[in-house]
Design a protein around this ligand. Sequence first.
Ligand SMILES: [Zn+2]
Length: 91
Amino acid sequence: MTDPVTAPPPGAAAPVCSAKGCREAAVWVLAWNNPKLHTPERRKTWLACEEHREHLSRFLGVRSFLKDVVPLAEWEGREGGQDPEGSAADR
Ligand SMILES: [Zn+2]
């Protein structure tokens, strides 16, 4: 398949929509999994602005890859709730 997204530029400050050619700030996180490539608990993520959320969701949805659509702030809250404390305790 041809991905409708571009890889994020390295070191990008603010999260930007993953849709090809779009430079809007990301508002949504689309969590997905391709069972042919990924283990079931693995989650790939695409970022989407308000405008592209539906487009990208549908792209993943028709392939049955889409697992979750979460507001970016909530997603970062989930991830951030575990990581910083964990890495601090490791050192
Ligand atoms: Zn967009």
